[in-house]
Design a protein around this ligand. Structure first.
Ligand code: G3D
Ligand code: MG
Length: 271
């Protein structure tokens, strides 16, 4: 018996990054070159089909195109309510728009809804030559938020379907939301020991608890030559790589790389 659900997804980001164009491309497969600023909030509906734990499920996405002007915080907060996830969009040709995500959009979202799943989207990739650099920027940015990213183009259609499917999938995984609640706080300064502690907990949470996680951790720490009493950054980075190898036999690729990125960001922030 397939499951039918309705999910509300937000598109957030500064004006003119391409939110309305991405929705239009996804829903009616068209691109219009004429810029019409979105007034207020517009809702578009689209049905998608996903697999959840091997089971087919039908999801009706209610896609909310939120007024992109910063400062309209009451309008924005009220459009956030009841939503289970967001596509966070910036324009790869305007670096200030990725900065706005960290300074404005993501904090506003988390203030209102708590830590819901997000997928970061660098749009207008058709306009850049050095794609690799943009990928690195996006990856670096995402590691702080435990999210996936895509570079997209509403103009060519590249990755447009993928970004909506990806957030749809994230919103279906309630387990993941629990994991995020359990996850450690990021960005806070910590010592190498604290970082090591967080990584251990993070791995155990994902691996069915301490009893099942610890033996694997001990093995991988030993393999990396890491002394649990005096861990080093380099050693932890090695361990994170080994843990990703272990997980790649058990989890899907997206989860494995998200876990790796999250753990690397813990190490990066350690003193
Ligand atoms: P918004 O809803 O985030 O405010 P819009 O942004 O979807 O209205 O898009 C703003 C401008 O960017 C529009 O151009 C639109 O055509 C353009 N645009 C959106 N996505 C892409 C893309 O992927 N590639 C390119 N090259 N342009 C894109 P104008 O020129 O009318 O301002
Ligand atoms: Mg718009």
């Amino acid at each position: 018996m397939p499951e039918y659900v309705k999910k509300k997804v937000l598109l957030l980001g500064d004006g003119a990054v391409g939110k309305t164009s991405l929705i239009r491309r996804f829903v009616v497969d068209k691109f219009a070159d004429r810029y019409i600023a979105t007034i207020g909030t517009k809702v578009t509906k689209k049905d998608i089909r996903l697999k959840k734990e091997g089971e087919e499920c039908y999801v009706t996405l209610m896609i909310w195109d939120v007024l992109g002007q910063r400062g309209y915080s009451a309008v924005q907060a009220s459009s956030f309510r009841g939503s289970q996830g967001a596509l966070i969009v910036y324009d790869v040709t305007r670096p200030e728009t990725i900065q706005a995500l960290a300074e404005y959009w993501i904090p506003r979202l988390y203030e209102t809804l708590g830590k819901v799943p997000i997928v970061v989207v660098g749009n207008k990739v058709d306009l850049v030559d050095r794609r690799k650099a943009h990928e690195e920027d996006a990856e670096d940015f995402c590691s702080k938020y435990d999210s996936e990213y895509y570079l997209s183009s509403a103009k060519s259609g590249e990755n447009v379907e993928k970004i909506f499917m990806s957030i749809g999938k994230e919103m279906m995984e309630e387990r993941r939301i629990e994991e995020m609640d359990k996850a450690t706080t990021f960005g806070a300064p910590s010592t190498i020991i604290e970082a090591s502690d967080k990584i251990i907990m993070d791995f155990c949470n994902q691996f069915g608890g301490m009893e099942s996680g610890m033996p694997i951790l001990r093995e991988q720490f030993a393999k990396a030559g890491l002394d649990i009493k005096a861990p080093t950054k380099e050693g932890l980075i090695k361990v994170i790589g080994f843990l990703a190898e272990v997980e790649s036999n058990l989890k899907d690729q997206a989860t494995v790389s998200r876990n790796r990125a999250r753990r690397l960001s813990i190490v990066k922030n350690a003193r």
